[in-house]
Every structure is written in C-alpha cells, then in structure tokens.
Design a protein around this ligand. Structure first.
Ligand code: IMP
Length: 433
C-alpha cells in the first residue's frame, strides 16, 4: 500500500491531528488537500501540544510536507506556523502548490458580513475567510500562490480586483478598511518569504508515488461538512471527502490504495445546524469537559452527542472507507451507560439513512442502542493499557468497538484511548501489505 487517505466521518474534530501524526511515522510524504486555516489539528508528543491549522501534521515527524492546490492558504497564518515550529527546532520540509488559492483580508471581512446577512441560515463559520476565498476560486476572481510570488502579477491583479471587492463589501453595508497599496505591500512580502516553497508540487508528488513512496493524505473537517455530501448549507465551502484528495492534490483515483475514516466514540459539532444525537444534559457537559471539546481554531464550546450510525454508514459509503480509526474512547470511560444511534424516526417512520435535507434532519429523532459503559478504565492508565494491546482493554469497551464495526460493516485499524502518541493501539498497519 502506498497512498492512504485519512478523512473525518463526522462534523470534524474527530482527532485527525493525532491519527495523522501516528500514521505519518510510516509515511514519506504528508499532503493537505482541502480546507484552510478553519482546520485545527492537534498533535501531542510526550505531553507537548502542537496545534496546526495549515501545516500538514507530519511536520512533527520531520516528513516531506505538501500543501496541495485544493487548500486555501492564508500566508500570514502559514508563516506564523513555520516560525513556531522553528522555535521548537523543527524546520518544516514544505512545498506549496502554485495553484493553491490565497486568502486575503477582504475574504475574512466578507465571511463575517455574509454570515450576518444570512441570519438564521448561517453556518457559524470560523470567520477565517474560507468560504469567500472558495467563492472567488469558483468565480475566477481568485489569486493563487503563483500570483503572490510574482510582484508584477500581484500588483496587476489587485489593481484590477480592488474595486470589485470594495463594492462587494459595501453591498453588505461593510467597510473596506485597507488600501490596495497595503495589500500589495503585505502580500509581496509574504510571497517573497514563501517563494522557495512554491512550485508545481503535483509533478514531484506523482513522481514520488510512481517511485513507491508512501504518501498520507490528511483530510480536514468531516464528511458532514462537505459542500456536496454534507448537511447543506451548514457545512464548509469545499469538498473534504476522500475523492477530494485526488482533485486537491492532482493525483488520479487509481493511485489511492486505502481510505481510513476517523470516527470519534461520540460526535461533536461547532457551528449551526442539526445534530440529531445532541446531548443537552449533564452527560453532554461531562463529555465536553472530559473530551476538551472546545474549538482548536475558534475556542468555541463544541456541541456533543452520542455516536450517530446513519451518519457513519453514509460516510463509509461516500468516502469508500476501508478501515476505521476510532478515537477518544477514553472520554466515555466513567459513564454507566453509553448509547449508539442506530437509526432515526421521523413522522413515526424509521429512517436508516441520513436524509440530505437539513430541514428533514432537524426533525429526526434518534433510535438508540444502549450499552454498558467501561467504568473500570481509570485516567492516567491509557499508556500502560495501550502497551498491553486490544485484548487487555475492558470488555465493555471492546464490545462497543465490535458493535461500531458491525453496524458500519468496517473494521477498526486504530483505537485511540488518549491524546498522546503512546495511547494508541494498532490493529492493522494501513501502509503494510
Ligand atoms: P467555514 O469552514 O469556516 O466556512 O465554516 C463552515 C462550517 O464548518 C461551520 O459550522 C464551522 O464551524 C465548521 N468547520 C469548519 N472547519 C471545521 C473544523 O476543522 N472542525 C469542525 N468544524 C469546522
């Protein structure tokens, strides 16, 4: 196996940072292919925490890193992440696609204004300008990395676009509080700093794949936030499913060998929209606190709920998932009972599949299967327990994993029982034969 894609099966925040870092140990190259700095991927190594928004998580392992054309790059954020890593003694081996689109300050302003305008139809975005940047990409108003590393090109394009952006912001009643000279100066400086990393990465990536290098494609957000396959219109503004690894990195589908779906032992959501299994009681509070369910990017408290099987089965289907990585099982430890939503009911009818309409989903009531919790799994034990392997886990936890596997018809390759690298049990080496 050479090319492995990791995707979120839920609403994001399934623990991508940790799992990508884990599998990156075996990879030669780690590629980001979608999203921007709306993502927040956390890696914990020997108690030290790294929070990445744009940098592929393989950075901590010193791997070759690629930001593909499908990513929208805020160069200011990227340069800050490079500096932070350098302070920790890590110089990232980073290449950025010259085709990747660039986030400008007017995208952030428009993100805020569009959300205000949408009112109760808003998605609760991260306000990082992600949506407006993808809008410009589709509208062919965007500037790409190849434009900001070329001062003349940048100047010409900003001169041309400035009036339009000013007008768009005014339509929403907003204020344009930067000049075109400021934009040209600021982005010329970013371009100069990043120039040595920018190029036609798709060429070198495909060559590396043909040479048998192991490549890990690091997904962002989660299937339920995908622009086509997620809960429209309360998701993100790009494709995040496994297929996006091909379009977002310029790699053909015949090159992808394995797709790993990340499923947290429960679900969480930041932002608006229906979440059928949402827990608004003290169990929800317990899970949020114990699982530190507060946004890495915005710090917002995440809404939490029981594992949603119609959503997980759907994610397995649209991503073509071969293996599951089940994370944060330790967070549910201590609960007397745990639940899995196996179906929904709507107007007295049972629904096995997640509906595509946001309105219908908001009327869905979960049908639960209740299971015994794994009370005997004390905090601080995880590393020791992980060393002993899957068989040594509490019976109730193993039963829960078996049930998830049975209902989703997908076997687990990785079990995570704590935030650190050591708190992991591998059941299948996805880069192996
Ligand atoms: P945007 O991607 O900032 O436009 O936000 C659109 C929706 O996706 C909002 O509900 C966000 O809270 C959510 N979202 C975006 N990125 C992430 C993520 O990395 N994890 C979880 N939710 C996200």
């Amino acid at each position: 196996m050479t090319c492995v894609v990791i995707v979120g099966t839920q609403w994001g925040d399934e623990g991508k940072g940790k799992v990508v870092d884990y599998f990156a140990g075996k990879a030669d190259i780690v590629v980001r292919f979608s999203g921007g700095n709306n993502a927040g991927h956390t890696v914990v190594v020997k108690g030290k925490k790294y929070a990445f928004h744009l940098m592929p998580c393989g950075a901590v392992r010193g791997k070759q890193l690629i930001i593909g054309n499908g990513v929208v790059v805020d160069p200011k954020v990227l340069l800050e992440e490079i500096e932070l890593l350098k302070k920790d003694g890590i110089t990232p081996k980073l290449s950025i696609s010259e085709r990747a689109h660039v986030i400008f300050p007017y995208h952030g302003t428009l993100d805020e204004l569009e959300e205000q305008f949408k009112g109760k139809m808003k998605a609760g975005t991260t306000k990082r300008g992600i949506g407006p940047c993808y809008e410009d990409k589709a509208g062919r108003f965007g500037l790409r990395m190849c434009d900001i590393v070329n001062k003349e090109m940048l100047k010409e394009k900003i001169e041309h676009l400035f009036k339009l952006k000013e007008k768009q912001i005014q339509v929403y009643g907003g204020k344009f509080d930067f000049t075109k000279e400021q934009l040209i100066e600021e982005y010329t400086a970013y371009g100069a700093k990043l120039k040595s990393c920018v190029g036609d990465v798709n060429l070198s990536l495909n060559k590396a794949i043909d040479e048998g290098k192991k490549v890990l494609f690091e997904g962002t957000q989660g299937t339920m936030l995908d622009i086509d396959h997620g809960i429209y219109p309360v998701g993100t503004s790009c494709n995040v499913i496994a297929g996006a690894a091909c379009t977002g990195a310029g790699v053909g589908p015949t090159k992808i060998d394995t797709v790993v779906g990340l499923a947290k032992a429960y679900v969480s959501r930041v932002g608006e929209g229906p979440l059928p299994t949402e827990l608004l009681d003290e169990t929800g509070e317990y899970i949020r606190k114990k699982g530190a369910e507060f946004g890495t990017t915005t710090g917002r408290p995440r809404r939490v709920g029981w594992l949603d099987m119609p959503a997980l089965k759907y994610a397995c289907r649209v991503n073509g998932i071969n293996w599951l990585a089940i994370t944060k099982l330790d967070v549910l430890a201590g609960l007397e009972k745990v639940k899995i939503c196996t179906a929904y009911t709507i107007d007295k009818k049972v629904l096995e599949d997640i509906p595509s309409s946001c309105e219908l989903l908001s009327r869905c009531k979960p049908v639960y299967k209740e299971m015994k919790g794994w009370k005997g799994f004390a905090e601080g034990q995880a590393e020791g327990v992980a060393k002993n392997g899957f068989d040594e886990l509490p019976k109730e936890l193993k039963d829960y994993v078996a049930e998830v596997s049975k209902l989703s018809n997908t076997s687990p390759c990785l079990i995570s029982i704590g935030p650190g690298r050591e708190e992991t049990i591998i059941l299948k080496d996805v880069f192996g034969k």
